[in-house]
Design a binder for this molecule. Structure first.
Ligand SMILES: Cc1cc2nc3c(=O)[nH]c(=O)nc-3n(C[C@H](O)[C@H](O)[C@H](O)COP(=O)(O)OP(=O)(O)OC[C@H]3O[C@@H](n4cnc5c(N)ncnc54)[C@H](O)[C@@H]3O)c2cc1C
Length: 338
């Protein structure tokens, strides 16, 4: 295994932030991983586990060891489940599943990043979440070097949440994920935007592949392409608020949208809050808030992660001030100066 020194992380994060990693290791096997965690010279260093870098904001140079997970392989197991190694690209896996007649993740087409990071925040889009097709995962326990299996319930999946972002934060490297995909042509078109695209195309009974194509079409027309404008997708989560608080807000803001979660709570689109706090399309030098997507913070080229983080904090403060709602950041903030 090769350890690189003082390398730019710009190609390794979709925000395109140009920070330097003191050390960088590419992990292609379990033995690479064991070796790197056992190496005396790296024991005390801060470590960053990296997938595709599409859900991080680098706020400083990383004065430690970046461990890029590049484990590869997709295996069909005898029980019909599919085991995918952490370093496989998520969208490539979606395409693989469709080509091989396995369905259930077509709504999650074109989400950037790798399979190993997908359980971290229980990725979701267009009415479907990872947890619906997730069986279990294998993870390397950093402290003991043991391999532990986490079942669906043990992952404690929630809306962009899992045990790995909470009580088990920083304890594990996810090695592989096992999926339970189905062979039927059953599809999920509850999400309005998908049915609209299909309707326009005159498709009445869509196949999973047609759903995937519709999702790709919507995403490409809606979201900025990180290859052209640096970003990490939705910067904030959609806040969940008490229905009673929401009704009070609605008296003041008649057109405020919401989705019922249960009898007591509603979800409010963060994009609406940010836009109505005046931030949509704001440009501050070489970074800002995307002109079409208020949820997406962008790097127009050469921006510093710390500046984007400061912008995010200002947005949080102004939304809190105006609507008394706290916006939680979805993107993982990385500060590597320790
Ligand atoms: C344009 C765009 C659109 C997006 N749309 C969506 C969307 O629709 N839905 C959605 O849910 N997300 C979306 N995202 C966010 C992102 O794609 C997902 O969160 C994705 O799962 C991140 O994968 P990654 O490999 O890039 O993770 P990284 O950014 O590399 O890492 C994310 C976090 O996981 C940790 N991590 C990564 N790999 C491992 C591992 N093997 N073991 C342990 N920890 C690990 C990292 O340390 C970090 O804390 C979008 C991002 C972009 C840029």
């Amino acid at each position: 295994m090769k350890i690189l020194e003082n390398i730019s992380l710009k190609p390794y994060n979709t925000f395109g932030i140009d920070c330097t990693a003191r050390y960088f290791a590419l992990i292609e096997s379990l033995s690479d991983l064991m070796e790197i965690f056992a190496a005396r010279e790296f024991l005390k260093l801060q470590k960053l586990i990296l997938g595709g870098g599409s859900n991080i904001l680098l706020c400083s140079d990383f004065n430690g060891l970046v461990i890029k997970i590049d484990l590869k392989g997709i295996d069909l197991l005898t029980d019909g489940s599919i085991k995918v190694q952490a370093g496989e690209n998520w969208h490539d896996f979606v395409l693989w599943s469709l080509e091989n007649g396995y369905n259930g993740i077509e709504n999650l087409s074109l989400i950037p990043g790798n399979v190993g990071a997908a359980p971290m925040q229980n990725i979701g889009a267009y009415g479907v979440e990872l947890k619906e097709v997730f069986l279990d995962l294998e993870a390397f326990h950093i402290e003991t070097g043991e391999i532990h299996v986490f079942t669906n319930s043990q992952c404690e999946f929630g809306y962009r949440e899992s045990v790995f972002k909470n009580s088990r934060k920083g304890e594990y490297v996810i090695l592989s994920v096992r999926f339970n995909l189905h062979k039927t042509d059953e599809v999920d078109i509850r999400y309005g935007a998908i049915s609209k695209v299909l309707e326009n195309q005159g498709i009445l009974h869509p196949t999973p592949k047609q759903i995937s194509n519709a999702v790709i079409y919507i995403r490409e027309s809606k979201l900025p392409d990180p290859k052209k404008i640096g970003n990490s997708g939705s910067f904030f989560k959609n806040p969940v608020v008490l229905k009673s608080d929401f009704l009070l807000l609605q008296e003041q803001y008649k057109d405020i949208p919401s989705y019922l979660i249960n009898s007591l709570e509603v979800k409010v689109p963060a994009a609406w809050l940010i836009e109505n706090a005046g931030w949509k399309g704001k440009v501050i030098g070489n970074y800002g808030v995307h002109k079409n997507q208020a949820l997406v913070l962008v790097n127009y080229g050469g921006a510093k992660g710390a500046d984007i983080y400061e912008l995010a904090q200002k947005i949080q403060a102004s939304v809190k001030n105006r609507f008394d709602i706290h916006l939680q950041m979805e993107v993982n903030i990385i500060n590597g100066t320790n």
